[in-house]
Design a protein around this ligand. Structure first.
Ligand code: GLP
Length: 249
């Protein structure tokens, strides 16, 4: 096990620390006239991080003009203007409140025809590669150990692709969609390979409800049953936890 873990008093303090690391890298890249490539996540976990990044922009003048972002995933099918889309989520919580250029924000397209998806996914990865790869990848963790929508069984070299969502993932999302029958069965997700290629990975988790899966991911066997456990084999991955999520370690 070589995952670093950092435990904070609460998620607010933890989110501030992650925001500071991101802000420092954005500024260091600005000084060198370089883009900063961020891999971004959705779900409830990164909300505090995005709030702190917005605050740093509004109150401390942090600019996102040199930031290029790639979100991990999107439901499929999904219209971008739906309130359940990750496009909507990212605009509401971050993009609409900072000076990131719209053309620099990438989120998998939930409106493609089925036939168009695999080519689109190859291009999504090629775009990341052409920019030199992801500088910081932000992750949450699903109750089953998924990262992005790489569910149990996802291989370490898996590519960006259309995936079937686990029942447990759909149940977790069903509240947002007004019931399980209305919850998407599939999603497009960045593959494990690109996540593992990120220069830095920060997985955040809050609350007692995540404590068992955090223990498995950090201390358990590296297994495709718990895709977050692959991060044990990453040379610069840190799990940023609150006390409750770390309570079983
Ligand atoms: C969804 C997202 C994941 C996220 C997970 C956990 O499945 N696709 O990226 O990590 O939810 O969600 P939460 O942060 O709300 O616990």
């Amino acid at each position: 096990e070589n995952i670093g873990t950092i435990v904070f008093e609460n998620s607010t303090e933890a989110s501030k620390a992650v925001a500071k690391e991101i802000a420092d890298l954005i500024k260091a890249k600005q000084a060198k006239n370089e883009f900063c490539i961020l891999g971004l996540a959705t779900g409830s976990t990164p909300k505090g991080l995005y709030a702190e990044l917005v605050r740093l922009h509004k109150e401390e003048g942090l600019s996102f003009k040199n930031v290029v972002s790639f979100n991990l995933d999107e439901y499929y099918p999904m219209e971008p203007d739906s309130i359940n889309s990750y496009v909507f989520f990212m605009k509401e919580l971050l993009f609409n409140h900072v000076d990131i250029l719209p053309e620099n924000c990438h989120i998998p397209d939930g409106t493609l025809s089925k036939e168009a998806i695999s080519k689109y996914c190859r291009e999504y990865e090629a775009k990341i590669e052409s920019l030199g790869g992801i500088d910081i990848q932000i992750l949450g963790i699903g109750g089953n150990g998924h990262i992005g929508f790489n569910e149990s069984g996802s291989l370490k070299n898996s590519k960006t692709r259309l995936v079937a969502l686990d029942h447990i993932t759909r149940v977790a999302a069903s509240g947002d969609f007004g019931g399980l029958v209305k919850t998407p069965r599939t999603a497009i997700t960045l593959g494990v390979k690109k996540i593992m290629e990120a220069k830095r990975v920060i997985l955040m988790a809050w609350g007692e409800g995540k404590s068992n899966i955090i223990k498995e991911a950090v201390e358990g066997t590296v297994t495709n049953q718990v895709p977050a456990s692959y991060l044990q084999e990453h040379n610069n991955a840190t799990f940023v936890l609150d006390q409750a999520a770390a309570s079983k370690l």
